[in-house]
Design a protein around this ligand. Structure first.
Ligand code: HBI
Ligand code: FE
Length: 298
């Protein structure tokens, strides 16, 4: 970290009270401050996901969990993770209070720093909470940062984010959808079958099953402009999952400058989360849409 003394910019109301937020959002991971309950929450969630994910999560993710030793017992120390990460792909975890302003978040990613919320959910929040905590950020996102291609994709996303932020809110929305449908909720079609790589799925017991097994959601082949023009759900399981063939495909699709795509999408009405485009979609599974919420998507 170049910034030894972060500048305090404002206070922010969170579940844990009123907390200072620094210009870079970075704090020290207060490891010795974790309670016994905090460590038990990590152990419970870790065990629960690891029992379920073999055969569901992609091999790159499972390999990452193992290489980091995330199941050693208790909440991992970011410093230990960083030793492994620095050698493998040059990424670094930084501890943060929670959600960062978009441009701050992008700046971290563009510099191969991944922000991880230092605090963990309460025992009564094992299945759902509305903001990303340590389990989601660390267990969900960090294992794939050991994969060189995915690691480069995350950095490219950060750079793209800084550009989109400068272009305007519509461009930023297009890019946010890309993140949502890949980094958070992506599926990958492997030789062994359909697998999960999205952090929002692997960190959720319910969605780890639903995303692969349920009849209701669509599973549609990844297409960059299609994804950027598709709204999403923040309050329910996804109505559509987009399927990549490989991390190389994902990285290559995101290499070109997005400016002309943003321009093209500007006058188009976005697709609803549940839409299937009969003419153009590569459909892996046409969802039954049973039980879908019909109020507006994000
Ligand atoms: N901040 N800490 C943190 N983690 C995120 O995942 C995150 C964020 N700020 C903004 C953000 N995500 C997204 O809205 C961006 O992809 C646009
Ligand atoms: Fe996330």
């Amino acid at each position: 970290m170049e910034t030894a003394t972060p500048r305090k910019v404002e206070h922010q109301q969170t579940d844990r009270g009123y907390v200072p937020v620094y210009a870079t959002g970075v704090v020290e991971q207060p490891w010795s401050g974790y309670s016994r309950t905090d460590h038990e929450v990590w152990d419970t969630l870790f065990k629960r996901q690891c029992e379920m994910l073999p055969g569901r999560a992609c091999q790159e993710f499972l390999d990452g969990v193992k290489k980091f030793g995330l199941g050693a017992g208790g909440i991992p120390k970011f410093a230990d993770i960083n030793t492994v990460l620095a050698k493998a792909t040059g990424w670094e975890l930084v501890a943060v209070e929670g959600l960062l302003p978009d441009e701050v978040f992008f700046d971290h990613l563009a510099n191969r720093r991944f922000p991880v919320s230092w605090w963990i959910r309460k025992p009564e929040q094992l299945d759902y909470l509305s903001e990303p905590d340590l389990f989601h950020d660390l267990f969900g996102h960090v294992p794939l940062l050991l994969n060189p291609v995915f690691a480069d994709y995350m950095q490219a996303y950060g750079r793209g984010g800084m550009k989109a932020h400068a272009i305007g809110p519509e461009a930023l929305m297009n890019l946010t959808r890309l993140y949502w449908y890949t980094v958070e909720f992506g599926l990958i079609d492997t030789r062994d079958g359909m697998r999960i790589y999205g952090a929002g799925i692997v960190s959720s017991k319910g969605e780890s099953i639903y995303s692969l097994d349920a009849d209701a959601p669509n599973r549609i082949g990844f297409d960059l402009a299609r994804v950027m023009n598709t709204r999403y759900r923040i309050d329910t399981y996804q109505q559509t999952y987009f399927v990549i063939d490989s991390f190389e495909q994902l990285f290559e699709a995101t290499t070109p400058d997005f400016t002309p795509i943003y321009a093209r999408l500007r006058d188009k009405t976005p697709h609803a989360a549940a839409d299937v485009l009969e003419e153009t979609d590569r459909v892996f599974h046409y969802g039954s849409h049973e039980g879908f919420a019909t109020n507006a998507d994000t």
